[in-house]
Ligand binder design. Structure first.
Ligand SMILES: NC(=O)c1ccc[n+]([C@@H]2O[C@H](COP(=O)([O-])OP(=O)(O)OC[C@H]3O[C@@H](n4cnc5c(N)ncnc54)[C@H](OP(=O)(O)O)[C@@H]3O)[C@@H](O)[C@H]2O)c1
Length: 336
């Protein structure tokens, strides 16, 4: 199959491209400024902006499209909005796919789009899902919880927001999340693309652990969580909302009221045992490991079982455990 991966140069996109190439597909990675040196070998990079209504030339000649284009949830930069990138971008990709004879369309949505929590990100993602469902294409939708792994935005975002030692969190950080490892998610996306039985399905995908935001933050940072009352958080979020350099505002406050965990176990549809998935706790290096890696000392990562911070000696996909210093640059966004 020839697969057009829109957003193929991103965090999830690079992993999707790698899995598709490994499975023998022809892969085109499309984004505004793709860097071929960051893409797996045998992936063709093309420069495309999905806010352009005419994508026919770019999409023509492909059997399937995977839409992984993203705008970090807090970004509402001039000329770029969730509506234009997620909703209009999806509309343009779907229309080009229909016009050029693409059969299958895989859409990365987000857990919580239909939860009733109204943010600009969710509204645009919901509209995008509707466009895909109403198309004439063979579609599959994935709604993952937060995704972690090499190059993710989630962990650096928490690091930026959470000071060490004393960590103020809205409501004490009780929001539940179900982080999924990118390398566990992307084979499912490749299955969704290739197997007829997935056509017409929307899958909610979460990882093996249900962790509160506080549990996640204290695995990233050593410290004590100090609750900020939600009412005070709402006022502060409203005050900072117009300040574009502050990465949190009213939408992030609203997202904190969302249970970002799955209602259905979609993993069964892919014959995946949840216990085989990588827990978030296993991916987070300790502060000691980060400093050791920074000073080039050899790092030994060991799995702990005391429930506090777990790191892992399990190999990554390249066969070696990764240290923080080995990780590629990450963007500054987080979603939802
Ligand atoms: N990461 C998560 O925790 C998470 C959770 C739930 C759902 N998702 C969904 O998963 C998908 C992938 O997310 P990600 O984390 O991989 O995002 P990412 O790392 O920010 O990658 C976004 C990709 O989209 C491209 N892009 C942005 N604007 C574009 C435009 N106008 N035209 C063409 N390409 C454009 C970017 O490349 P350029 O900048 O070069 O254009 C990049 O390749 C998204 O649909 C996201 O909503 C992610």
């Amino acid at each position: 199959m020839n697969v057009f991966v829109a957003g193929g140069s991103g965090f999830v996109g690079r992993s999707v491209c790698r899995v598709l190439v490994d499975r023998g597909h022809g892969v085109t990675a499309a984004s505004r400024t793709p860097d071929p040196s960051e893409l797996p070998a045998d992936v063709e990079a093309v420069s495309v902006d999905v806010t352009d209504p005419d994508l026919d030339d770019a999409v023509a000649g492909h059997d399937a499209v995977v839409n992984l284009v993203a705008l970090p949830s807090h970004v509402q930069a001039r000329g770029r909005s969730h509506e234009s990138v997620h909703a209009d971008g999806t509309r343009h990709l779907v229309a080009a796919s229909e016009r050029t004879g693409v059969d299958r369309f895989v859409q990365l949505s987000g857990l919580g789009v239909d939860s009733g929590v109204e943010t600009a990100y969710f509204k645009a993602k919901r509209r995008a899902e509707r466009i895909v469902r109403e198309s004439s294409l063979e579609w599959v939708i994935f709604r993952p919880s937060v995704i972690f792994g090499d190059g993710c935005a989630f962990v650096p975002f928490l690091e930026r927001l959470a000071p060490p030692l004393v960590i103020p969190l809205p409501g004490g950080g009780r929001t539940p999340l179900q982080p999924i490892w990118v390398e566990d998610l992307t084979p499912l996306i490749a299955d969704g693309l290739a197997e007829d039985r997935h056509v017409g399905n929307a899958y909610e995908i979460g990882g093996p652990e249900r962790l509160t935001l506080a549990e996640i933050v204290t695995r990233v940072r050593d410290g004590v969580v100090v609750p900020i009352p939600m009412a005070l958080t709402a006022v502060l979020a409203t005050l900072v909302d117009p300040l574009p350099w502050i990465p949190v505002g009213r939408d992030q406050y609203r997202a904190l009221t969302l249970e970002n965990t799955t209602r259905n176990d979609a993993l069964a549809a892919f014959d995946v045992d949840p216990d085989s998935l990588r827990p978030f706790s296993a991916d987070v290096p300790s502060e000691g490991e980060i400093s050791a890696a920074a000073s080039s000392e050899p790092v030994r990562r060991e799995r702990r079982t005391d429930g506090k911070r777990h790191t892992s000696a399990e190999p990554h996909t390249d066969g070696e455990p990764h240290t923080r210093s080995e990780r590629p640059e990450r963007d500054s966004g987080v979603r939802p």
